[in-house]
Design a protein around this ligand. Structure first.
Ligand SMILES: Nc1ncnc2c1ncn2[C@@H]1O[C@H](COP(=O)(O)OP(=O)(O)O)[C@@H](O)[C@H]1O
Ligand SMILES: CC(=O)N[C@@H](CCC(=O)OP(=O)(O)O)C(=O)O
Length: 296
């Protein structure tokens, strides 16, 4: 049943304290997963971000695009290989990663924000020297218990964020949209996991909130039970949950990135369900939690 005009005004008034609370505040959003491929969800995310901006918040988007990169590599006859969730990135793969993330996905997001009435500027880590990167090896445990460092090619880690360009873009009234490509000391490109970039950027901007969208309800105590959502997870419990295998795979970098952000001064961090339409608005403007809040 459609809402009556009175009900509509009530909803707006309910959001008022949250709008006041977050006015002028910086929120870094890691956009990826299902919400990036499903048309309705895509629209909902763009609308959420535009609304946040129009009511005076400072949203900053960091996007992923792993499945699209894998799809493009496949079309070009290249297999994708991952070590600890990181894509092994040879020189040719790096070129394709950069083309897909910066040339395609980043510009699509900017276009979609404009379509829903916002103003955005797309950047990668090379623009304004935003993300300085270093090569990142992967330390893996061998069967005999010893550790070995594997070379993943052009996989990088964030060495330093120079947030000046983001501040400029925000001050000019635009929503920054960041592709997770870093630049090395000799100008070479590095492929960096988008969750890690979002966490480091949130720290550099001293964001009030870091929101990571994903394809599950949040962190589950039992991955086979969707009702076992942990709504608030204290940082101190994380090592034990990882050791017991409760948190594993792609959730490990997410939770570590929240911890890093909290330690670096970000006030709140959330891993939320990107499959729920308008999950970002639900998280920010209502009391309804839509995922896991990682808390100090
Ligand atoms: N305790 C947990 N609760 C929920 N998901 C978990 C948990 N441990 C591991 N996972 C896995 O982590 C995945 C999310 O990481 P990932 O696939 O990298 O996300 P995204 O593509 O959204 O960046 C989930 O789909 C799930 O398979
Ligand atoms: C090093 C590394 O693995 N980089 C990622 C970058 C994109 C990303 O992080 O995308 P999602 O957030 O959609 O996974 C990759 O090549 O897939």
């Amino acid at each position: 049943m459609p809402l009556s005009p009175l009900e509509k005004t009530e909803i707006l008034i309910e959001a008022l304290p949250y709008i006041r609370q977050f006015y002028g505040k910086t929120v870094v959003i890691k956009y990826g997963g299902h919400a990036m491929t499903n048309c309705d969800l895509k629209r909902a995310v763009m609308q959420d971000v535009v609304l946040m901006h129009l009511v005076g918040m400072r949203p900053v988007i960091v996007h992923g695009g792993g499945p699209e990169i894998t799809g493009m590599l496949k079309r070009l006859g290249k297999q994708s290989e991952f070590v600890q969730g990181q894509r092994v990135t040879d020189a040719e793969t790096m070129e394709i990663v950069e083309m897909v993330l910066v040339g395609k996905i980043n510009k699509e997001i900017v276009t979609n924000i404009h379509r829903y009435g916002g103003k955005a500027i797309g950047l990668c880590g090379k623009d304004g020297g935003l993300i300085e990167a270093q090569k990142q090896m992967a330390r893996v445990l061998q069967e005999d218990g010893s550790e070995v460092d594997l070379d993943l090619g052009f996989v990088g880690r964030v060495e330093r964020i120079n947030p000046g360009i983001i501040e400029t873009v925000i001050a000019e009234g635009y929503i920054p949209v960041v592709a997770p490509i870093g630049v090395g000391p000799d100008g070479e490109s590095y492929n960096i996991n988008a969750d890690l970039v979002a966490g480091e950027l949130a720290v550099a901007l001293q964001a009030d909130k870091l929101v990571l969208l994903t394809d599950v309800a949040g962190i589950l105590a039992d991955r086979n039970d969707p009702d076992s959502l942990i709504s608030a997870l204290e940082v101190g419990r994380v090592p034990e949950l990882i050791r017991r295998g409760v948190i594993e795979g792609g959730m490990i970098p997410k939770v570590n990135c929240c911890i890093r952000a909290l330690e670096g001064g970000v006030k709140k961090t959330h891993i939320i369900d990107g499959r729920i339409p308008h999950s970002i608005l639900l998280e920010i403007f209502t009391d309804t939690g839509v995922g896991t809040m990682v808390v100090p």
